[in-house]
Design a protein around this ligand. Structure first.
Ligand SMILES: [Zn+2]
Length: 274
């Protein structure tokens, strides 16, 4: 098997982005007393081994949500914090080797064109069966004191019912998972997505109300840190769609299919099937 190491980037003081082979991002945030790992990738290798190269402090794991590309690494971790509204999604997604392989095989050719990493990555996903992971429920407003640095949970449903962003006021970063990043998906439902879109808009308004406390977003996919202005773009975009002043169009781009609308840096896929 070809050995490829994950890319680790220092993005702020004592803050690292670990790129899950460009499939997704997770973040190690280190204080004076302890550290948190925000998300765990899709399940390639032992993420705690990677973390141990960066800190010896105790590490707690926080999940932004329960999708397979964020909770997948939990197979080597005893316990984490997650919002309970994502437990059913996480149970559907966790340790489903076929689903993880499908995820890797469909995304890697897009993100690593011509590099031929599919085989290596596929081989690195565990085929063993693991029981569903232990988790402690996150409530809106919960905090973790890392020593000189406090992380606060903001419950931001929309992309999934239990999506959470984590605010790091000391370093002025919001870890925004799949609630705000380059392209956001509101998954389709038989009854439509208008209700979820309204819930999403309210979550974005909640984040924007706190915008004086952060400058950058550390996002769950694609680039590392991005400017917070994209939050306002998502707020205006979701509001415009709900009020009817912005109308999306059906598109198929790569593996993604659904109705999409764009404004500024924001790209919102709603009624999205993939
Ligand atoms: Zn997601």
């Amino acid at each position: 098997m070809k050995s490829i190491k994950k890319e680790v980037t220092l993005i702020s003081d004592n803050t690292w982005l670990i790129s899950d082979y460009y499939l997704d991002n997770y973040f190690l945030v280190v204080g004076e007393k302890k550290a948190v790992l925000i998300d765990t990738g899709c399940g390639i290798g032992n993420v705690l081994d990677e973390v141990r190269e960066l800190t010896d402090l105790p590490v707690e794991v926080l999940l932004t949500h329960g999708h397979l590309d964020h909770c997948g690494g939990m197979f080597t971790i005893d316990s984490c914090y997650m919002h309970p509204d994502d437990e059913s999604i996480a149970r559907e997604h966790f340790n489903k080797t076929d689903m993880i392989k499908w995820y890797i095989e469909t995304r890697v050719p897009v993100r690593f064109p011509g590099e031929g990493h599919v085989e290596a990555l596929t081989a690195m996903v565990s085929d063993e069966d693991y029981p569903f992971f232990q988790y402690k429920p996150i409530k809106d407003g919960d905090t973790w004191d890392l020593g000189g640095r406090i992380i606060e949970a903001l419950h931001t449903p929309g992309h999934s019912p239990g999506s959470v962003c984590f605010l790091d006021k000391a370093n002025r970063i919001l870890y925004s998972g799949d609630t705000v990043n380059i392209g956001i998906i509101i998954p389709n439902k038989p009854e439509g997505t208008e209700k979820d879109l309204a819930i999403y808009r309210d979550s974005i308004a909640k984040i924007w109300n706190r915008q004086e406390e952060f400058d950058k977003l550390a996002i769950g996919h694609d680039g590392g840190l991005i400017d917070k202005g994209i939050v306002k773009d998502y707020l205006d975009l979701a509001t415009g769609i709900l009020e009817g002043s912005i109308v999306g169009q059906y598109e198929e781009v790569g593996i993604r299919k659904g109705v999409v609308a764009r404004l500024g840096a924001a790209e919102l896929w709603y009624r999205c099937d993939a």
